[in-house]
Ligand binder design. Structure first.
Ligand code: MD3
Ligand code: FE
Length: 223
């Protein structure tokens, strides 16, 4: 086969041509290794602006427990939990104002990752931003507060690596453990959309981008 050099290789080359490492996890779920590595610093700059309007806070579960993961949101609606339950709320309960808009840098990484994983046309209206401090964890759960399960969820990991727990359709299935490093992107859709998942307690470490923290962005079509 004759190799013809394209004038704009990065824009039109397939993920495989760009050297993208894609690891299938299950039907409908894939890890795009280092997909967001080059965007990581720009994503963190955008995050700092979001935090000026909507800072990280530890929310309370309906059962009354303080979550070890600190959270905030951007976009048309944000995921929140309090004693009354879980929901997507157009208003930040802490400020009484709308959540900050989703930055262009966030939109672009979510849309391009979705395309790379086979989900064209993904337009998230919500981004839940999780901050893990040393020891913070997320127990096995399903994401089921979104209106439409046909849209995928795109997750971007930044900073300290964490062990992601990937379970099955039922809570009692023993989860697979997968290390997610800074810049890794995971896309979940189709038959994997409602799988149980969680994050093991974060190790004490230091990362040039985030210091002692892990940041995770999850892009959702909530409304
Ligand atoms: C698999 N966050 O915010 S992201 C969450 O790393 C959440 O902060 C984790 O679970 C984190 O709800 C994992 C990856 C992820 C997100 C949603 C999923 C995996 C998923 C929904 C269904 C199946
Ligand atoms: Fe989740």
């Amino acid at each position: 086969m004759r190799i013809v050099k394209s004038p704009t290789p990065d824009l039109f080359a397939s993920a495989a041509d760009r050297g993208q490492r894609t690891e299938p996890l299950a039907e409908g779920a894939a890890i795009l290794r280092a997909f967001a590595a080059e965007d990581a610093a720009a994503l963190m700059r955008s995050l700092r602006e979001i935090l000026e309007a909507a800072s990280f806070r530890h929310m309370t579960t309906p059962g009354g427990f303080r979550m070890s993961v600190a959270m905030t949101n951007c976009g048309t609606a944000g995921w929140v939990t309090d004693r009354t339950g879980y929901r997507y709320d157009p208003m930040d309960p802490l400020s009484g104002r709308a959540w900050p808009p989703m930055p262009q840098s966030f939109r672009r990484v979510a849309a391009t990752a979705a395309v790379a994983a086979g989900f064209a046309g993904f337009e998230p209206d919500s981004c839940l931003i999780n901050r893990y401090d040393p020891g913070a964890r997320l127990s096995l759960h399903q994401d089921r507060n979104e209106r439409d399960y046909t849209a995928p969820i795109v997750s971007v990991s930044l900073g300290i690596a964490a062990v992601f727990l990937f379970g099955g359709a039922k809570r009692n299935e023993r989860p697979k453990r997968v290390l997610l490093e800074s810049g890794d992107v995971v896309v979940w859709g189709g038959p994997a959309r409602l799988t149980f998942h969680g994050v093991a307690p974060l190790a004490e470490d230091n990362h040039p981008l985030t210091g002692p923290h892990r940041i995770n962005l999850t892009f959702r079509k909530a409304l």
